[in-house]
Design a protein around this ligand. Sequence first.
Ligand code: TXA
Ligand code: MG
Length: 345
Amino acid sequence: METKKWLVENVNLSFPQIKEAAMWIRENEVVAFPTETVYGLGANAYSYEAVAKIFQAKGRPSDNPLIVHIAKMEQLQPLVQDIPEHANKLINAFWPGPLTLVLNKGEGIAENVTAGLSTVAVRMPDHPVALAIIAEANLPIAAPSANVSGKPSPTTAAHVFDDLNGKIAGIVDGGATGVGVESTVLDCTTEIPMILRPGGVTKEQLEEVIGPVSVDPALEEDGQAPKSPGLKYKHYAPKAKLFLVEGNPLFLQQQVLAEKAKGKKVGILTTVENQVEYEADVILPCGSVKDLSSVAQHLYEVLRKFDEYDLDIIFSETFPEEGVGKAIMNRLTKAAGGDVVKCKI
Ligand code: TXA
Ligand code: MG
């Protein structure tokens, strides 16, 4: 299949590109488009056949449900059974934005969107191109991140192209995404809502609006099965083996030298401030220590960039687990398969 590319500047959303992309989704084809978090791979959420094409193109396990994207509140009602009070408050506070709510599922959504669960995940993205496509298609759009399963999520149209060229009908290029990590997934079916995946909206922000929020214990402890099916899979990994290093730059540099002595080609993931502290084959800065949102924004781009250098091993600095730092450390830990080197002193 030839993958069509549409370039869209944010300024004019009545572009024929938007209309064409939306029409293809109505015709049950799959099309990638930007959201404020990462690029999504969209299909008609009412069509089993269209949604099956998403799983096929990504090589996604069929037990991993998708998020349904909407552009207007009228689209929510038919997707769900009820909207609890706390969910309503969160919608008012954070939509459109990087917050996905898991609610009891209504009727009509294709069975494969929810992987057979009785709940459905829904969000309204805060990106003019995504909103225009959903509104024009006039359908709820099921959309996972537009990467091949297991790879880092795409934050540019070029990332999507690298992964899915020839496997999907089209890509709408609306430039690089802003947030850089995926939405927060919050289960709203329990009395105290539970964070299933940390993301663009932080626990602190949620608690300001609805009071106490819990966190899936599997996110904090090893050995527990995560409640969100997608989180049990290895994800975000670059080709070279990644280790997280807890400790100062000197300690990280020692790890690098030990590997260099064995003849290994070594990369380092650091920040713009700390990059001067190191010597290695490849040193990639990922945002600034002074601004964790800049780290989130560049994280996947940097993880993908390492693949261009044929490295044996990558050492990454760790980041404070506050605010969006939770999501950053969640993704980095997954990318490292849980392997952390700790400074003992
Ligand atoms: O920012 C985002 O959320 C991006 C953009 C494209 O919107 N989408 C995204 O989708 O990250 P995906 O498919 O890569 O991740 C969806 C996550 C998975 O971990 C999945 O298991 C979980 O949401 N999920 C979906 N439906 C669920 C449900 N009913 N219950 C629990 N978890 C669910
Ligand atoms: Mg994903």
